[in-house]
Design a binder for this molecule. Structure first.
Ligand SMILES: [Ca+2]
Length: 536
């Protein structure tokens, strides 16, 4: 009687998987596995299942609709097993399942909460052919309500979340990855006979073949989504194939009474709140050319320090400068600040953009805008997004700078990936641009000072050439044997000064224009360049 019940469990699982599974594609070449263990189980068309207890773990191997044989070898030193299955392609509807774990049987008065948590440490090396589909997962049942559940860690070709009849319930982050959660209502064989029941399914987005599965964290998440778990029947590590051939060797320990393991420490930013910075003072800082573009260090244009990264040779708008990012540092679903200074000298303004390239959970490459700004010609410009969330399920992250409307060369400096909320060190308009500042260290006073006297208003307007890095300009007048400051608060963005009206016509003045650079006034050179002007 009990055997019949268990067979129905297996059948229900497989029926669920069969409904929308893809067709057979190609054969699979099997290879052998070597493990040491004491108990070996076989299935064949004449003997389709074997079930029982061994070393306090409950196991089952089962096959259907295949002319071939499969095997399951129970590890002696842990709760794992190895298995080799052949149930496809063969023009069959072959199904296979091998599982081993903790078994509590029907009408167990306890729920999962009474066991104070379940975890599974596992390490599974496995492969499966291109035909059919296959998966490795935590699997089990509970009653009241009647639920068949899956926590799928890795899969090939298809998973139940792809079934159009499944209901997407949301996502949850457990054990360092997003899991997408589905339910699926079914009518089939169950542990209680032919009945309506519901499948609960968590599908890991960053699939893996080893680690610790916080099983009861899924139960908790499911219940928070309204997916109730009742009387606890079973929890097992399961290897499944549908019209597939494959092999697996899983080292596995399922623990009762354990909750979430110690979480893997998330990398912390440095004392400045940065995970990476691109200063280009001593190298490329992991940035590289993207597409046909190449990168080089430049010591004439820079936002800070003495160098920037020069990007040239772009043949498409998406070419630029790129840096690969690790998902263990930039965790999908978490939020960070990304920024850089950019500068281009195409002769006109153009849009500059910071973009995240990534693969989504289905393996499709996506491009997500992080920040964008119009960069004026020859002006260091800030690209910044202080709260950018890495898309959930993303992998293969690449952050890059592009000019979507121009093939211009450009420069980047002060690039940073930082904790969420951190502001860029770049201020648009700052930094050093070579073309307008050929000799920044000696140009500390205005040259080409000119004066124009207005005879209607009896006032004088002074003009001069711009001093790069000027913080202020000032005007001094030589009166009664000494220089007197007229003003020292003229904006560095202005290169002219107009006196008050109604000065005395015919009177002459000696006037000097000075600049404040790096906190000091170069008065001596200003006086050397003083001019004499007469009021009209
Ligand atoms: Ca720099």
């Amino acid at each position: 009687m009990k055997n019949n019940v268990i067979k129905r469990v297996v059948s229900a699982a497989i029926v669920g998987m069969m409904m929308t599974a893809p067709a057979t594609v190609a054969p699979f070449v099997n290879t052998s596995l070597t493990v040491s263990a004491e108990k070996v189980l076989y299935t064949s068309p004449q003997n389709t299942r074997d079930v029982g207890w061994y070393n306090n773990y409950h196991h089952e191997i089962w096959q259907a609709d295949t002319p071939n044989s499969s095997s399951m070898t129970l590890h002696d030193n842990d709760g794992g097993f190895s298995t080799t299955w052949k149930c496809g392609p063969n023009n069959s509807k072959g199904n296979f399942l091998a599982r081993r774990g903790l078994f509590y049987d029907l009408n167990n008065p306890k729920t999962w909460k009474d066991y104070e948590g379940f975890t599974c440490d596992f390490d599974c090396s496995w492969s499966a052919g291109d035909s059919g589909n296959s998966r490795i997962c935590i699997y089990g049942w509970s009653q009241n309500p009647l639920v068949e559940y899956y926590i799928i860690e890795d899969w090939k070709n298809w998973n139940p979340g792809m079934d159009p009849s499944s209901n997407y319930k949301g996502s949850v982050t457990i054990d360092g990855s997003e899991y997408k959660v589905y339910t699926s209502d079914r009518y089939s064989y169950t542990i209680e006979g032919n009945k309506n029941f519901t499948q609960y399914i968590s599908v890991r987005q960053n699939t893996r073949t080893s680690g610790t599965i916080s099983i009861s964290e899924h139960f908790k998440a499911w219940e928070s989504m309204g997916m109730k778990m009742g009387n606890f029947y079973e929890v097992a590590f399961n290897v499944e194939g549908w019209e597939s051939d494959g092999q697996a060797d899983v080292k596995c320990t399922i623990k009762e009474g354990e909750t979430t393991p110690t979480p893997t420490p998330t990398p912390e930013p440095d004392a400045n709140g940065d995970f990476f910075t691109g200063t280009f003072e001593s190298g490329y800082d992991n940035w590289e050319g993207r597409g046909d573009a190449s990168v080089a260090l430049d010591n004439k244009n820079y936002y800070s320090g003495n160098q920037s990264l020069f990007v040239s040779g772009r043949t498409s708008e998406w070419n630029g400068a790129a840096i690969p990012l690790s998902t263990s540092t930039f965790v999908p679903g978490s939020t960070y600040s990304f920024s850089t200074g950019v500068m281009q000298m195409s002769g006109s303004a153009t849009e500059m953009k910071l973009t995240m390239q990534y693969k989504d959970s289905s393996g499709t490459t996506q491009y997500d805008q992080v920040a964008s700004a119009t960069a004026s010609n020859g002006v260091w410009t800030k690209l910044e997004n202080k709260a950018y969330t890495i898309p959930s399920g993303a992998s293969d992250l690449i952050l890059y700078v592009e000019a979507p409307d121009s093939l211009t060369d450009f420069y980047i400096d002060n690039a940073a990936g930082s904790k969420s909320g951190k502001a860029s060190s770049v201020t648009t308009g700052g930094g050093t641009v070579y073309s307008s500042n050929p000799n920044p260290n000696t140009n500390t006073y205005p040259t080409n000072v000119c004066a124009e006297s207005n005879s209607q208003y009896h006032q004088i307007r002074f003009t001069w050439d711009k001093v790069d890095n000027a913080q202020n300009y000032g005007i001094a007048v030589y009166l009664a044997g000494r220089w007197r400051i007229q003003t020292q608060s003229i904006s560095p963005y202005t290169t002219s000064y107009t006196t008050p009206k109604n000065l005395t016509p015919g009177k002459s003045y000696k006037v000097a224009v000075a600049a404040k650079v790096n906190g000091s006034w170069d008065v001596a050179n200003a006086i050397k360049n003083a001019i004499v002007v007469t009021v009209r």
